[in-house]
Design a protein around this ligand. Structure first.
Ligand code: ADP
Ligand code: MG
Length: 477
């Protein structure tokens, strides 16, 4: 390397600093070293793969342009990752927490352990940028079977996936909720895969837990800014299992990210096991923002849909195991028996496959009965929502839902309110404090009192008991 090279490099850094500002420059470029210049190629190195890919996907052109304005003969830049050996030879650097370096500990290619799955062909630098373990290649729109319970969610997901950069987003956020194993993750990953294939938008898939963990460790390592920038540089932010997002500072950060994304017209997609307003641990403002886009519920899988999913699964398995064949009556039997969720359907096919591979026997009904016996569960009680309870109770007693939530204490409101709280306690898994919050911010002792009161009454008052049974049926059917 010549002194001219060094001088040019110093000026390139100065340009970058001036153009990008101190924050971005120090987050991404402070640790870039010049390795050399050969003919038209500039070689630079960074300490981590994450940093390399991030710079490549976000700043490659700008860095090149800065070089070209110093030296017009430059046509290419190359970034490499400095080896760990070299780094450990530099004790001065090892002493202080070095944000991007620490991020590598234990999980190479992951940003603070955050599992970010980014659009861009798998294995490409863009994908590695945020260090994702790969998406499950089976979870695409092609393998997603559409039926009555998921038509709307699937259509919305496809719409989101088909939107190009610069086009207005139609629903923001898109919020999909459903019970376990009903295809939320499948749809979210489909959106991410479609983003990969379509090309022009960066789609980032991460679970709320990873968001939380990633942000918490970024704060600890004082790389919060880099983390925020990483997340905000994304066109489509896909967050799975939203119900697991917890903690004040993560929430604040999430809220910020959410608002920034939506306000900038960037797509946000969320999945959760419950509707936005039932995300008890979240701040009111976040909940209402989440509820402000398109909220779609996916219902349980109907028998037809289950059968189609099974057929698709078997067809997929046959690609690798040509001899594997499941007669239609067996599929119909499994579809009938396994009502619970998609995961168990997958489990059933896997067992049939394993059995037929190991024994070489053809798949028969008897074998299926034996193999899937323990996957058959009693019919799952329907997920009942507090909102629905309030609606049904209000209708029953001819009062408004806001009466139920109000502080009015007249008898015609107090009893229905107690009934509604009682139903909330018996039909949902919500805690007493949660229920209190959903009933106009009441104390948990008030809820407990209501529950006890109604429990006492139904033992003696058959009319009330019947009324309550009727409402339970309405809610559970
Ligand atoms: P969730 O995230 O809602 O808990 P998943 O998306 O993980 O559920 O789905 C569980 C399993 O069921 C996966 O193997 C998934 O591929 C399958 N599955 C669910 N719904 C469908 C569907 N409509 N078509 C095909 N497979 C499905
Ligand atoms: Mg899931």
């Amino acid at each position: 390397m010549t002194t001219t090279d060094q001088e040019h490099w110093t000026r390139v850094k100065g340009r970058l600093h001036a153009e990008l500002g101190e924050d971005i420059y120090s987050s991404w470029f402070a640790r870039v070293d010049l390795e050399g210049v050969e003919n038209d190629t500039v070689r630079m190195s960074v300490p981590t793969r994450f940093l390399k890919s991030w710079i490549q996907s976000h700043y490659a052109e700008r860095v090149l342009a800065c070089w070209q304005s110093e030296r017009s003969s430059i046509g290419r830049i190359e970034l490499s990752v400095r080896s760990g050996v070299l780094r450990s030879l530099a004790p001065a650097k090892a002493k202080l927490p070095q944000p991007h370096e620490q991020a590598r500990n234990g999980h190479d290619g992951k940003y603070d352990g955050i599992e970010m799955r980014l659009g861009g062909a798998p294995g490409s630098s863009a994908h590695e940028a945020l260090g994702g373990s790969p998406l499950d290649p089976r979870l695409t729109f092609d393998t997603f079977v559409v039926g009555r319970s998921n038509t709307l969610a699937q259509a919305a997901a496809r719409q989101v996936a088909a939107t190009r950069r610069g086009e207005p987003v139609m629903f923001n956020p898109l919020y999909i909720h459903a019970g376990v194993g009903l295809g939320k993750t499948h749809l979210l990953q489909s959106i991410t895969w479609a983003g990969n294939a379509g090309g022009d938008r960066k789609v980032l898939y991460l679970t709320a837990e990873k968001f939380m963990y990633g942000f918490a460790s970024a704060i600890k390592l004082q790389t919060a800014l880099a983390f925020k920038e990483a997340v905000r540089g994304i066109d489509v932010l896909v967050i799975d299992d939203m119900q697991f997002l917890q903690g004040k500072s993560t929430q604040a950060e999430f809220c910020h990210t959410l608002n920034a994304h939506i306000d900038a017209g960037r797509q946000v997609v969320i999945a959760s096991d419950r509707p936005p307003l039932d995300l008890e641990s979240l701040d009111e403002r976040v909940r209402s923002r989440l509820a402000g886009g398109l909220v779609v519920e996916m219902g349980s899988l109907g028998e037809d849909l289950r059968l189609e999913i099974l057929k698709a699964r078997v067809a997929a398995a046959r690609q690798h195991h040509a001899g594997f064949d499941v007669p239609l009556p067996v599929l119909a039997y499994v579809a009938k028996q396994i009502t619970h969720n998609g995961r168990d359907l997958e489990g059933a096919v896997n067992r049939l496959l394993a059995h037929s591979k190991l024994t070489g026997d053809a798949v028969t009904l008897e074998m299926a009965e034996r193999e899937v016996r323990d996957l058959i569960r009693p019919q799952d009680p329907k997920r009942v929502k507090i909102e629905d309870i309030q609606r049904v109770v209000a209708r029953q007693y001819n009062i408004s839902r806001s009466d139920l939530l109000s502080s009015r204490r007249t008898a015609n409101v107090v009893r229905p309110r107690q009934v509604a709280m009682y139903l909330a306690k018996t039909l949902t898994l919500r805690s007493l404090p949660e229920i209190g919050r959903r009933f106009g911010g009441r104390d948990h002792t008030t809820v407990l009192h209501a529950v006890r009161k109604i429990e006492g009454l139904v033992n003696n008052d058959t009319a009330l008991a019947q009324e309550i049974e009727g409402m339970k049926r309405q809610l559970q059917d």
